[in-house]
Write a protein that binds this ligand. Structure first.
Ligand SMILES: NC(=O)c1ccc[n+]([C@@H]2O[C@H](COP(=O)([O-])OP(=O)(O)OC[C@H]3O[C@@H](n4cnc5c(N)ncnc54)[C@H](OP(=O)(O)O)[C@@H]3O)[C@@H](O)[C@H]2O)c1
Length: 285
């Protein structure tokens, strides 16, 4: 929902010639209401118009599930549950994603929130392999299996919610979904390493991700914290730090999409209907 604002800033910035387009790496996503072959070009073209760009560097399918096309709020059942599109077809959507690369509208394509089986299926049925997989990764959800698989396949992994996305609690609350989210930034082990190195807990968490060969996209609205999150190349974590941080795994998925009311029930119905097994979503893998 921020592409128009980002587009205005990009235009100003690029027009000022203080930065060149090729020095920027811009990613956006095909949203759940556009998750079907017929919508891919329309959605990407709309994003490019809003961003005031002729191409993006990467275009990702946001989720393995789709919902019906909408201009506003999601369609809902009488009980308030979000209506899911039960005809979502990953292979057909991916073929259109490949066409977008061939048309020069995006340099590369990938997926977000897909699990190993879903990614493998795309690889087996693609002419352009996914170049990136964006999933939740932090010390409480380390994703070893998926990351190792992606490394073997030469796919870059991007960690979303790398700091534990405490703020998602508010989004959940607004949707009537009460769930306490642990604050990883307050973890005493992380804090101990930060104190020893004279850095912040956020810097420890981000460096741990980079050391694993994974990219990280922390979000901050605060200029000081934005700088801090970029300033992670002048210090190192020891092997012992890496080992201790590895021990923090708790299997806690912060972004479980519980803010999509009725979503989990709908997914289970879909699993049963299409006998997809437990591989429809990363969350159920
Ligand atoms: N693909 C997907 O389905 C998906 C799902 C979820 C998120 N994402 C993306 O992942 C990115 C990050 O996710 P996120 O915002 O949910 O989680 P996050 O980056 O783990 O956490 C952001 C929170 O941490 C705070 N923060 C940032 N830097 C900090 C620092 N140095 N010290 C202390 N606190 C700090 C922020 O507050 P302040 O703003 O006040 O600094 C904000 O509350 C976003 O671009 C988001 O869009 C993608």
């Amino acid at each position: 929902m921020n592409e128009k604002a980002i587009g205005r800033v990009l235009k100003k910035w690029l027009d000022s010639e203080s930065v060149r387009r090729e020095d920027l790496f811009i990613t956006t996503k095909l949203p759940p209401p556009g998750n079907r072959a017929a919508c891919v070009e329309k959605c990407l073209t709309k994003s490019l118009d809003d961003l005031q760009l002729s191409y993006v560097d990467m275009y990702l399918i946001h989720t393995p599930f789709g919902v019906p096309e909408t201009d506003g709020d999601f369609q809902r059942h009488a009980n308030g549950d979000i209506v899911l599109d039960l005809e979502t077809n990953h292979i057909e959507t991916w073929k259109k994603m490949e066409d977008m690369v061939k048309a020069g509208l995006t340099k590369s394509i990938g997926v977000s929130n897909f699990n190993k089986n879903q990614i493998q299926r795309l690889i087996d049925n693609s002419t352009i392999k996914p170049s990136n997989v964006q999933v939740e990764v932090h010390v409480y959800l380390q994703q070893d299996d998926l990351i190792n698989f992606c490394k073997e396949e030469g796919i870059i992994v991007t960690a979303y919610a790398p700091l534990g996305s405490k703020g998602i609690e508010n989004l959940n609350k607004m949707a009537g979904y009460e769930r306490e989210i642990p604050n990883i930034l307050d973890n005493s082990v992380v804090g101990g390493i930060a104190n020893r190195l004279g850095i912040t807990p956020a810097q420890v968490l981000l460096k741990w991700i980079l050391e694993r060969g994974v990219a990280a996209i922390p979000k901050s609205t605060n200029p000081t914290r934005l700088r801090q999150n970029l300033d992670i190349f002048e210090f190192s974590l020891t092997e012992e730090d890496m080992k201790v941080l590895k021990g923090l795994e708790k299997g806690i998925r912060v972004c479980d999409f519980g803010f999509f009311k009725g979503f989990q029930l709908g997914i289970h119905t879909t699993l049963a209907k299409y006998k997809l097994g437990n591989n429809f979503l990363t969350f159920f893998s």
